[in-house]
Write a protein that binds this ligand. Structure first.
Ligand code: NAD
Ligand code: UD1
Length: 338
């Protein structure tokens, strides 16, 4: 019996593969390495003393999926593979719909053909669009997404809900991540963005290491306590255990489920800079600039459904998140590139 992890060489995937291997599950990974390095999985093997079976292939490749399902006794699929840059999605919408929507359809077809019916999908808080109020629970309005990346996640959730009606034997869980940050405490695996990071925490950590000069804080006139944007940052190791909890509860309750994975606490951009300064024992230069188009003032979760139904809650606080991000960054200033 094995768990297929699509996108398992990526940031969240590699931490989840590690957590699965550590508890004794067999893991098969499919990843086309479009946004990852094979080294992440070598390090997972080094940390756990166990090897996942790795296929460097695309989820759009039906034959590759057929080979995997025929060779391994897969019981569950955790589906991370996809493209995730908001700004790139605006420039290349077709690539985003193809990878994220068509890729999921191809995978579901092959799961049906192979008789594999447990599926966990990487969704995002982005499906809530511009929230009417915070904290957000799973009943909050979805849609109103403002970019192809967000729309692709919203579309896949819709497709999965329809598919679940038609295939009641399928067990489907959508996990809506809030803002994943942090790294494995060993500092051996972590987030390795290509080029200049778009997201706040990788940007701050590259300023701290001296690769970038100044953090641009996008807006200080939001209706928030200090005027900067507020988000629900969650440690990637908490996300990993959230996937294990979701796997373990798939046969309980409804066939189609949706959970927020967040801490329930909102922090501002300035809170993050301050916490990072403490972790890295250095000053982080920053300047206020105009708001980033498409950004919202605040977004944080009500994570209570995951607590009651999955028995899961985040255990890492902001200092843990910044400490582990910095530990990864300082030990790997060029990410997985030597
Ligand atoms: P990531 O880019 O590090 O991981 C995605 C992995 O999928 C990469 O290893 C990439 O090489 C692989 N991949 C992409 N397209 C593929 C394809 N067609 N076939 C095979 N492999 C493919 O991203 P991540 O941060 O680990 O995110 C994982 C998932 O979680 C994504 O679906 C993302 O949209 C979702 N998500 C991420 C965040 C975040 O901030 N990191 C937030 C919410 C949701
Ligand atoms: C972004 C995506 C969202 C995606 C999420 C994954 C956008 C508009 N949204 O969310 O779809 O699901 O990443 O984590 O890109 N900030 C700065 N300076 C920076 C970078 C960010 O001030 O250099 C601010 C932002 O304005 C925001 C906060 O930091 O208030 C967090 O930004 P970011 O890490 O990019 O995440 P989100 O915008 O929440």
């Amino acid at each position: 019996m094995a768990i297929l992890v699509t996108g398992g060489a990526g940031y969240i995937g590699s931490h989840t593969v590690l957590t699965l291997l550590e508890r004794g599950d067999d893991v098969v990974v499919i990843d086309n390495l479009s946004n990852a390095s094979r080294t992440s999985l070598d390090r997972v093997a080094e940390l756990t003393g166990r090897e996942p079976t790795v296929y460097i292939a695309d989820i759009l490749d039906k034959e590759a999926l057929r080979t995997i399902f025929s060779r391994h006794n897969i019981t569950d699929v955790i589906h991370f593979a996809g493209l995730k840059s908001v700004s790139e999605s605006v420039k290349e919408p077709l690539a985003y719909y193809e990878n994220n929507v068509t890729g999921t359809l191809v995978l579901l077809h092959e799961m049906l053909a192979a008789g594999v019916n447990h599926f966990i999908f990487s969704s995002s808080a982005t499906v809530y669009g511009n929230p009417e109020s915070v904290p957000l629970n799973e009943q909050a309005r979805t849609g109103g997404t403002t970019n192809p990346y967000g729309t692709s996640k919203y579309m896949v959730e819709q497709i999965l809900a329809d598919f679940s009606h038609a295939q009641p034997d399928f067990r489907i869980t959508c996990l809506r991540y809030f803002n994943p940050v942090g790294a494995h405490p060993s500092g051996r695996i972590g987030e390795d963005p290509n080029g200049i990071p778009n997201n706040l925490v990788p940007y701050i950590s590259q300023v701290a290491i001296g690769k970038l000069e100044t953090v641009s804080v996008f807006g200080n006139d939001y209706p928030t306590p200090d005027g900067t944007g507020v988000r629900d940052y969650i440690h990637v190791m908490d996300l990993a255990t959230g996937h294990l909890a979701a796997l373990d509860s798939q046969d309980k309750g409804a066939a189609f489920k949706v959970f927020n994975l967040g801490t329930g606490i909102g922090y501002s951009v300035l809170n993050l800079i301050e916490a990072f300064e403490k972790a890295a024992q250095t000053q982080i230069p920053y300047q206020f600039v105009a708001r980033r188009p498409g950004d919202i003032a605040e977004c944080w979760s009500d994570p209570s459904l995951a607590r009651t139904e999955l028995g899961w809650q985040a255990t890492h606080n902001l200092d843990d998140m910044m400490r582990d991000t910095w530990n990864w960054q300082k030990n790997n200033p060029n990410g997985y590139r030597m």
